[in-house]
Write a protein that binds this ligand. Structure first.
Ligand code: MG
Length: 366
C-alpha cells in the first residue's frame, strides 16, 4: 500500500465554554487542522492536530499546516502501514517540530488499522475494560466558583477533577483548601498550575496544603523548579509540559521527579511516539494522563483508543474536553456516558469522514 495524496484542512472548533488557565490564558475556540491521507488501495486515514493557542506549548496552528506542507511530499509513495518507517521519513524531512508530525502519524495508524481490519486499540495492545474514566477540568476562577464547578462536574458523573491553579499563591491556597473540603472519598483532585508558579510561590502553596488529599500538577515552568518543589513536599506530583520526549521522561524518572506524567499526543509527535512513552511508563510503573493539547472528534477518538489499550492501573486520567466538542467532520466518535467513553470497535480509528464538511484543503499534495 502506498500513500498517493495528503490533504490538510483548517477547521474552527467551538468550545462548550471559555477555557481559563492562570495568567490570563484563555481559549473560547480552537483552530484545528484535519489531515486526510489517501492510499492507492482507496482507503483514507484521518488525523488531527490542535495546539492550545500559540503560547501554551512551542506549537501553533498555522505552524502545523506549514509544517505539514513541508513534510507531506516526502510521504507520497511511502507505505502508511509501516509507521516507524513513516516517522523516520518525517524526521529526515523535518528536524523536531513533533506536533507537525502528529496528525500525519495518526492518519497512518488509521490506515494501518483499516488495512488490518482491526481497531487501533487492538493494535496498541488490546482493550482493557469496557470503557475509560474521564476527568473534568475546572477553569481558573474564585475559590467559590471552582468549588461550585466541582459539584457541577460530580453531578454529571465525574469523580476525577482537574482544577486550574497557578495564579496568585494566597488565593490558590484558598482555592485548594475549598476544593479539598468538597472532595469526597473515591474522588481525585489534581490541581494543575500549568507551570504558573515561580519556585518560591509553589513552595509556599505546597507548604500550606501539604496535609490535604490532593495531587499537584506541573507547579513551575522549568523542570529544575518542579524538582526543587518535589523535594519539599510529600504531595503526589504529576509532570506535564516538561515531559516532551523519551529523554525527558527517563531523566525525570531517574531523579524520582514525579508520580505520574501527562502524555499528550501532539507534544510527543503522534501515536507512534506516544505508544513508545506509554510502554516505557508501564514498564517503569508510572501512571499517565492520556490526552492532547486540544482537539475534536478525531483526536478524542485517538486518545480513547490509546487509553483503552493501556491497563487501567496506569490510567491516571483522560480529559473529557475532546468528547464535548462537535467537530462535525466525522461520525462514530465516542460519546460521554456518566463521565466515561468507549473507543470505537471498527477498523482503525473507527470514524467515517463527512467529506462535505471539510471545505477546501489548505494543503493538497499528490
Ligand atoms: Mg496539565
Amino acid at each position: 500500500m502506498k500513500i498517493v495524496r495528503v490533504g490538510a484542512y483548517r477547521v474552527d472548533l467551538p468550545r462548550e465554554r471559555t477555557y481559563r488557565l492562570s495568567g490570563g490564558r484563555t481559549s473560547s475556540s480552537f483552530d484545528t487542522t484535519v489531515v486526510r491521507v489517501e492510499s492507492d488501495a482507496g482507503l483514507v486515514g484521518l488525523g488531527e492536530v490542535c495546539p492550545f493557542g500559540a503560547a501554551y506549548l512551542p506549537a501553533y496552528a498555522a505552524g502545523a499546516r506549514t509544517g505539514i506542507a513541508e513534510v507531506a511530499p516526502h510521504l507520497i509513495g511511502e507505505d502508511p502501514r509501516q509507521v516507524e518507517r513513516v516517522n523516520q521519513t518525517m524526521d529526515m524531512a523535518l528536524k523536531g517540530h513533533p506536533y507537525v508530525k502528529s496528525a500525519l502519524d495518526m492518519a497512518c495508524w488509521d490506515l494501518l488499522g483499516q488495512a488490518a481490519g482491526m481497531a487501533l486499540s487492538t493494535l496498541l495492545g488490546g482493550r482493557f475494560g469496557d470503557d475509560v474514566e474521564l476527568y473534568q477540568t475546572i477553569p481558573h476562577g474564585t475559590p467559590d466558583a471552582m468549588r461550585a464547578g466541582l459539584v457541577e462536574a460530580r453531578a454529571e458523573g465525574y469523580r476525577r477533577f482537574q482544577p486550574k491553579v497557578g495564579g496568585e499563591p494566597d488565593t490558590d491556597i484558598e482555592r485548594i483548601i475549598a476544593l479539598a473540603a468538597e472532595r469526597r472519598d473515591g474522588e481525585v483532585v489534581v490541581v494543575d498550575a500549568n507551570g504558573g508558579w515561580l519556585a518560591h510561590e509553589a513552595m509556599r502553596v505546597v507548604g500550606a496544603v501539604g496535609d490535604l488529599d490532593i495531587t499537584i500538577e506541573q507547579p513551575c515552568a522549568t523542570y529544575e523548579a518542579c524538582l526543587a518543589v518535589r523535594r519539599l513536599t510529600d504531595l503526589p506530583l504529576v509532570l506535564d509540559e516538561v515531559i516532551d520526549s523519551v529523554e525527558a521522561l527517563l531523566h525525570a524518572h531517574a531523579d524520582g521527579a514525579m508520580d505520574a506524567i501527562n502524555l499528550k499526543l501532539s507534544k510527543l509527535g503522534g501515536m507512534t511516539r506516544a505508544r513508545q512513552i506509554r510502554d516505557l511508563c508501564v514498564a517503569l510503573g508510572l501512571p499517565m494522563t492520556i490526552e492532547d493539547s486540544g482537539g475534536g472528534d478525531i483526536i478524542g477518538t485517538a486518545v480513547a483508543h490509546l487509553a483503552q489499550a493501556t491497563p487501567e492501573k496506569y490510567r491516571f486520567g483522560v480529559s473529557s474536553g475532546f468528547f464535548k466538542v462537535k467537530l462535525n467532520t466525522t461520525e462514530g466518535a465516542p460519546r460521554i456516558a456518566q463521565g466515561r467513553v468507549s473507543a470505537p470497535i471498527g477498523p482503525g480509528l473507527g470514524l467515517r469522514l463527512r467529506a462535505e464538511t471539510l471545505g477546501e484543503p489548505v494543503v493538497d499534495v499528490t
